[in-house]
Write a protein that binds this ligand. Structure first.
Ligand code: T5A
Length: 214
């Protein structure tokens, strides 16, 4: 996290395409960290606040979203992030907590930037503005091939695929490539995890890496 020294907590973010295993690993990690006596906040994007969850509904589940311009989508993700950062992330960091966030600004860089082809200047500026220049201490990328993402999304029996999940295999490939490019450009912040490995193996890898960074 790169901001004032008063922010003594840690921000770990989890990225990757749909079905890559982010939520599963966050839940396992939060249990382990809390069991060790740490104060942990688990949150997600878009969402994590009442306002953010309303925006999430509009972005992901509302059928009106099918006509949404990529620029409008970018600004709505940014609006949800601006609220989350000010209402949850900064106060949590000021209280010295460990924050585990399911997606953060790298999702915008990859989905709206790399996959939807909005140019990098507005994406980067809007990201920084929304996130109040907060940068994660460490970001895990759960990396899975596009076909694995699609298969895992399809296996869900509880729900119809949401708007973002209806994208085709090329979109998922662009998302994966976008994340791997980011990881190569900022190796000190990103830790890439093979999301096709056994759950337990990834759980141990992520816990070990977090413990080295708190
Ligand atoms: N978005 C978001 C943007 O476009 N821009 C932005 O700025 C932001 C913030 C959010 C959507 O919004 C987009 C990206 C997304 O399209 P979401 O629902 O929050 O959508 O995120 P998803 O990634 O779609 O969430 P998922 O629940 O689909 O994926 P997870 O959390 O990565 O996967 P998880 O843990 O739920 O696991 C999926 C399945 O795989 C199994 C699990 O048991 C589960 O069944 N699994 C494994 N199976 C085998 N081996 C493993 N290692 C496994 N790990 C998990």
């Amino acid at each position: 996290m790169t901001q004032a020294d008063a922010l003594t907590g840690k921000l770990f973010t989890f990225e990757g395409s749909e079905g890559s295993g982010k939520s599963t690993q966050i839940e396992l990690l939060a249990d382990e960290l809390e069991g060790m006596g740490n104060e942990v906040i688990v949150t997600r994007e878009p969402g994590g606040t009442e306002i953010g969850e309303e925006i999430r509904h509009l972005l992901i589940h509302n059928s009106a979203g099918n006509d949404m311009a990529p620029e409008a989508e970018l600004l709505l993700f940014a609006a949800a992030r601006a609220q989350l950062v000010r209402q949850v992330v900064i106060p949590g960091l000021q209280e010295g907590k460990i924050i585990l966030c399911d997606r953060f600004l790298d999702s915008t860089t990859v989905y709206q930037g790399a996959a939807r082809s909005i140019s990098s200047d507005p994406v980067s500026y809007i990201n920084q503005f929304a996130a109040a220049s907060i940068t994660p201490d460490l970001t895990f990328i759960l990396d899975v091939p596009a076909e694995v993402s699609i298969a895992r999304v399809k296996r869900r029996v509880t729900d119809l695929p949401d708007r973002m999940e209806q994208e085709n295999v090329d979109f998922y490939k662009k998302v994966r490539e976008g994340y791997l490019l980011l990881a190569r450009s900022l190796p000190e912040r990103f830790h890439v995890v093979d999301g096709t490995r056994e759950l337990r193996e990834n759980q141990e890898d992520i816990l070990k890496t977090v413990l080295e960074n708190i």
